[in-house]
Design a protein around this ligand. Structure first.
Ligand SMILES: Cc1cc2nc3c(=O)[nH]c(=O)nc-3n(C[C@H](O)[C@H](O)[C@H](O)COP(=O)(O)O)c2cc1C
Length: 203
């Protein structure tokens, strides 16, 4: 069984990220490996962990976590084999909440695979490119296939002039096949990296 976490990167009230993650989980439920019970896809919401800005005295690579919120976050991330990061684009990059949550940990991310579902006015692709660079440092294997949702075409709004309307995720027909292809890659790589994770935990 391969356990995949869908990590919601944004934390602001009224965020679109929660709806995007729900769509990812629903659509993942139609993936063959999930239907067969070979993989599970669960939502992990950074907002629920109430992480402050990084407040650990020792850098994460040493694995010495002094705070309960860090230990809880570490236990959660440890329990997954791979990740789908759901990220918006904030000022051409990832939201600070997501970068901060990644910075809190190190080995808990390592030798695992990740894919991306981004969103923004141009599909959030610039956030994904920055995220790939960050994840390289914590030894996450990022797959090539990604999903980029466009705010103006993959969401429906009851009142497009209302900035408080998060809209509903209504992805174009190409998006679910892309998501499934990305999950194929994340599940395969998460499995392939298992021996490295076992080796690391035995040291
Ligand atoms: C601080 C901030 C910066 C943003 N910068 C960009 C940007 O650079 N490019 C873009 O396509 N959208 C940008 N947007 C629009 C967001 O992609 C859009 O509002 C998205 O819904 C935000 O994700 P969230 O609702 O999950 O917080 C920005 C939004 C915020 C709040």
């Amino acid at each position: 069984m391969t356990r995949i976490a869908v990590i919601i990167g944004s934390t602001r009230p009224g965020r679109r990220g929660a709806g995007v993650a729900q769509w990812v989980q629903e659509a993942a439920g139609r993936h063959e490996a999930v239907k067969a019970g070979d993989a599970t896809v669960e939502i992990v919401d950074i907002a629920e962990f109430k992480l402050p800005l990084l407040d650990e005295a020792v850098p994460a690579a040493f694995g010495q976590y002094g705070n309960e919120h860090t230990q809880k976050w570490a236990r959660t991330i440890t329990s997954y084999d791979g990740f789908v990061f759901v990220t918006p684009e904030y000022n051409r990059s990832v939201p600070a909440s997501l970068k901060n949550a990644i910075d809190f940990l190190y080995h808990e991310w390592s030798n695992k695979a990740a894919g991306f579902v981004s969103y923004g006015t141009q599909g959030g692709l610039r956030a994904v490119e920055h995220l790939r660079t960050t994840l390289a440092e914590v030894k996450v294997a990022d797959v090539a296939t990604a999903v980029g949702l466009q705010i103006f075409t993959d969401f429906t709004f009851s009142d497009p002039t209302n900035p408080l309307d998060p809209g509903t995720v209504t992805p174009g027909p190409q998006q679910e096949p892309a998501l499934h292809k990305m999950l194929d890659e994340v599940i395969a790589w998460s499995g392939a990296l298992k021996p490295l994770r076992a080796q690391a935990s035995a040291v």
